[in-house]
Design a protein around this ligand. Sequence first.
Ligand code: FMN
Length: 179
Amino acid sequence: MTIATTTKFDPHPPALPLEPVRPDGLRGLYASVPSGVAAVCALVDGRPDGMAASSLVPVSLDPPLVSFCVQNDSRTWPRVRAADRIGVSVLAGDQRDACTALAAREGDRFADLDWQAHDGGGVFVTGASAHLECVLEAELAGGDHRIVLLRVLAGARGAASPIIFHNSGFGSIAESVSP
Ligand SMILES: Cc1cc2nc3c(=O)[nH]c(=O)nc-3n(C[C@H](O)[C@H](O)[C@H](O)COP(=O)(O)O)c2cc1C
């Protein structure tokens, strides 16, 4: 006997119930937006310094600009922004520990990281999906964050696929999506 199943197409599915925004609810809402994670790093007084950021967004091809958002109360950004060159590493799927280390409140974030410094002071995490060598272009106010525009001077793509940050957890994609 064959049992036929049908899927009913509903052209008007019920809308998700909207709720007024409150900071806690908003945090969860933003967490539903998937992103990559970048390491934004530079040599400061001869030592690597930097932070993890899930807010990296390509902005412009000509001129070449990317942006990321940094908390107004970040202790790290005022040091890194003063560097001549800023290294942006698009972290790879197997670099969860690097993401966590680069957000640590205490201790040496680079103690267990493989990294390289380029001439000019940009610091890059080894094994990342891509490296962008940048200079600071502009900073704009964005509520409790600042929107940082970085001009891209040079870059390199690695073979590793990127890490995905979603719902406060890390994932990876098995293979890069080809055009
Ligand atoms: C996955 C992940 C993504 C993050 N993304 C950002 C971000 O986009 N902007 C930001 O200001 N902090 C972000 N943070 C937090 C920073 O990495 C860091 O913990 C924070 O800047 C506090 O450290 P600081 O005071 O030394 O800057 C992120 C942390 C993690 C683990």
